[in-house]
Design a protein. Structure first.
Length: 197
């Protein structure tokens, strides 16, 4: 799998991974994220060489990486995505989703030409993902990129379960901020070390 994006990319749509079922198909929440991404692309498209869709997620609680499951679903159900979708399969959590995707943009030399960064995730997760992206984009030289957050519904999450989930998200935000700070520091140090060799 190539880790580089299309050189003509000006709009990137990132779909964050979550639970995969035992039969290696998207869970209800993951399918809702994919459907929200498709709806956004169809509403603002058409898909072209200027659009790139990154589906991000490693094998967190499954044998198969979430990214691979998402890519398979998109290609099988929406053939128009076949040339535009790239799977990022290393990320184990939200900070890593953001880190590896932004690194992919940087490695592909797109920091100067990307105009729009669209992030699709569940409605309960949107604030957490946005916080990470707002910190990450300037670090990766994407200061002028328009950030668009697209919330997907969370089937079955309501009432007390929703409140519990939102409380968990708030708890994770502090941990995410620390993780992201460490990621950026380590990456900056590795770049500086390479420049001195």
């Amino acid at each position: 799998m190539s880790s580089l994006l299309l050189p003509s990319t000006t709009t990137l749509v990132l779909v964050l991974g979550c639970k995969v079922e035992e039969d290696n198909t998207p869970s209800a929440w993951l399918k809702a994220r994919l459907e929200a991404a498709v709806a956004y692309c169809e509403r603002h498209g058409p898909l072209s060489a200027q659009w790139q869709v990154v589906v991000s997620g490693g094998a967190v609680r499954s044998i198969v990486a979430e990214g691979d499951v998402m890519k398979k679903w998109l290609v099988e159900n929406h053939a128009g995505f076949a040339e535009q979708v790239v799977a990022e399969t290393r990320a184990q959590n939200t900070p890593e989703n953001v880190f590896y995707t932004c690194k992919m943009i940087s490695d592909s030399g797109l920091a100067g030409q990307l105009h729009r960064f669209v992030c699709v995730t569940s409605d309960f997760h949107i604030t957490r993902a946005q916080m990470l992206l707002e910190k990450a984009l300037p670090f990766w030289g994407l200061n002028s990129v328009e950030l668009v957050m697209v919330p997907a519904p969370s089937p079955g999450l309501e009432g007390a379960l929703l409140q519990q989930r939102l409380a968990w998200e708030v708890k994770c935000m502090a941990e995410d901020a620390m993780t992201q700070k460490e990621q950026h520091a380590l990456y900056a140090a590795s770049i500086a070390e390479n420049e001195t060799i």
